[in-house]
Design a protein around this ligand. Structure first.
Ligand code: NPW
Ligand code: ADP
Length: 314
């Protein structure tokens, strides 16, 4: 029986009711009329995860830099760092305001610290395999200059939360965004970037056009999260549940995304795997928890990934 796109949207419109969704990312690709809308299935995920190899070491899994946090939103930075640690990056450095240093050393001792002022020192940014920026940065001093320096590296970067707001206010900067970057807006952030939309169908069409035009991955977050790629294809993530509707959940996702990029996954694979495991971790926790915290989701990630290799069911 066919599945239609409207089942995955929170509102109604006439067009999504007619749009068929393919089950699985590759099953229909050989057919002439493959749908641009595809459900992410467990079998897709199994084929994408790289196993951890004998003799590998921390250097094998990449060095991630997270730029996050402000005095009153240091929690966002710590949650993002936790997402990155549990997401499996080999080394993690967190650039936060100095007031957060004790909290960092206490809550996430695996992560190293980089002074904000160091970010603009020559060649500092060259030391990292992946950079994620945004959770809780608020009105970070020098944000425009720092983002311009990061973009000048011409490497994919993960952009979330307040960094999206900075892009919304600076089209010149948005224009410089490196190809293969990952943007992870929720609906309000998405409309902040691209203007208001009358419904989710329209929003998805804008996402497809913009992702193609800019050569980036757009992760439009919701109960069902849409991962829109450079071809304008939309991978629909089905994991996740309302127990996860709590502050900081997106900050953890940003950390996981940065961890997967640092580990050498393509931007699209990083986006698909991160969204799948983030939601799946929340699903596993919700079997015993009425609501789940962002910290718990982060800590569940390695367990969720490991269980992929233990279970044969689909
Ligand atoms: N512990 C910490 O330090 C934390 C720090 N954080 C950090 O703080 C910064 C600002 O975060 P923020 O929550 O104040 O603003 P933002 O996320 O833009 O929301 C504004 C309004 O948009 C809406 N809305 C949001 N999501 C939606 C959705 N999925 N679907 C639909 N609507 C949605 C909602 O409006 P409503 O629908 O309630 O009218 C909401 O009130 C940011 O950097 C973040 O990383 C947080 O992560 C929390 C933990
Ligand atoms: N009802 C839900 N079902 C599935 N996933 C959810 C639900 N509510 C929130 N999430 C997930 O939690 C994350 C929230 O991100 P975001 O709004 O940026 O949070 P924050 O800014 O508090 O970190 C997204 O990944 C979203 O998919």
């Amino acid at each position: 029986m066919s599945v239609f796109l409207n089942a995955y949207l929170p509102d109604t419109d006439p067009l999504s009711k007619k749009q068929v969704v393919d089950r699985g990312l590759t099953k229909q690709s050989a057919e002439a009329k493959a749908s641009p809308y595809k459900l992410i299935e467990l079998a897709d995920i199994r084929g994408m995860v790289k196993i951890r190899m004998p003799f590998s070491h921390k250097g094998t899994y990449g060095h991630a830099l997270i730029i996050a946090g402000a005095e009153k939103t240091m929690g966002a930075a710590l949650l993002c760092a936790k997402g990155c640690v549990y997401g499996g990056a080999g080394l993690i450095t967190l650039s936060i305001p100095v007031q957060g240093l004790t909290a960092l050393n206490t809550a996430v001792p695996e992560a190293m610290y980089l002074e904000r002022s160091e970010l603009l020192r020559s060649r500092t940014l060259d030391n990292y395999d992946a950079i994620g920026i945004g959770p809780g940065i608020g009105r970070m001093v020098d944000s425009h200059t720092i983002m311009a320096e990061i973009f000048a590296l011409k490497q994919p970067v993960v952009i979330d939360a307040d960094a999206l707001a900075i892009l919304s206010g600076h089209p010149d900067l948005f224009h410089l965004l490196p190809k293969d970057s990952i943007l992870s807006p929720h609906v309000k952030e998405f409309d902040g970037l691209f203007g208001p939309h009358k419904n989710w169908w329209d929003r998805l069409q804008t996402a497809r056009t913009e992702a193609k035009k800019r050569g980036v991955i757009l992760i439009l977050k919701n109960q069902y999260t849409f991962i829109v790629d450079h071809e304008g294809d939309v991978s629909i993530n089905q994991t996740g549940n309302p127990a996860m509707a709590q502050g900081g959940m997106g900050d953890v996702l940003t950390g996981i995304l940065t961890a997967y990029l640092a580990q050498g996954y393509s931007a699209k694979a990083a986006a698909i795997l991160s969204c799948y495991f983030h939601g799946k971790a929340g699903d596993e926790l919700s079997t015993t928890h009425f609501n789940v915290t962002a910290s718990e989701v982060a800590a569940q990630i390695p367990i969720t990934v490991k269980s992929l290799f233990n279970k044969a069911e689909d």
